[in-house]
Design a protein around this ligand. Sequence first.
Ligand code: AMP
Length: 283
Amino acid sequence: MHIARTISEMRVALRSRRVLNHTVGLVPTMGALHDGHRSLLQAARARCDIVAASIFVNPLQFGPNEDFARYPRTFEADCRMLEAERVDVLFAPSAEEIYPAGASTVICVEGVRDRLDGASRPGHFDGVATIVAKLFHIVQPEIAFFGQKDAAQVAVLRRMVRDLNLPVELAVCPTVREADGLAMSSRNRYLSPDERRQALVLSRALQTAETLARRGESNAARLLDAMRKIVAAEPAVKIDYMEIVDAHTLLPVEDTQAGALVAVAAHVGATRLIDNVLLPPVV
Ligand code: AMP
């Protein structure tokens, strides 16, 4: 695997590998890789001739009181996973390389950027849209792979790609979970054993919504009530948002028959976790 630290090195590495009709796949990450990331790498390997991954803890998407400084950085272990999954090129730039002094252009996907995580983390999705647009320009992938785990991010990026006519397909991969249901996340390593156990009410609540929906309940208020009762069993878990929304606009829906995104974010101790499920349309 070639490791490129600068934009020009990355461009050269890709130019020398890409031949006519080659498909380049990109898997953007912030590192601290786990099996959720691995599933994206495998999806990219299955569909693309050249697989590029990036590791960049993007300062622009962290708020002033968030965990940018202590975000886990496990570069060597990450490289071992990327090698094992046969990634061709890794882009691992510095913050100065990506945001040289005076950089002042930001991508702002109006509307969706203010919903779900965007409401609790002002500016977060401007940071996400900006870094992803920059990575698309640097790598020029035909396909980019993202996780359904970050459902609001997917909505923001889909809208950006559509609105700016970016020539890239977004491939969205299912959420990978631990055996007990907890959605895999780089932030899970912050959890104490007690918090790790308490956090399970989130996936349990989502599972309940799924089960009730499958049995015919499509009233969003009733589904949310049932979920809130489950989360309330662990008072240490503080809900940030729990919403049932349209997966594209992220606006609340009252009825889930046409399909819906059930999304939750909560603080477990000092750690903020997110999770979601997609309810399919009732046919
Ligand atoms: P991150 O490194 O957290 O920015 O995540 C990089 C990519 O991996 C994003 O597209 C995430 O949605 C995706 N991802 C993170 N956790 C999971 C998971 N548990 N299952 C599937 N994809 C995931």
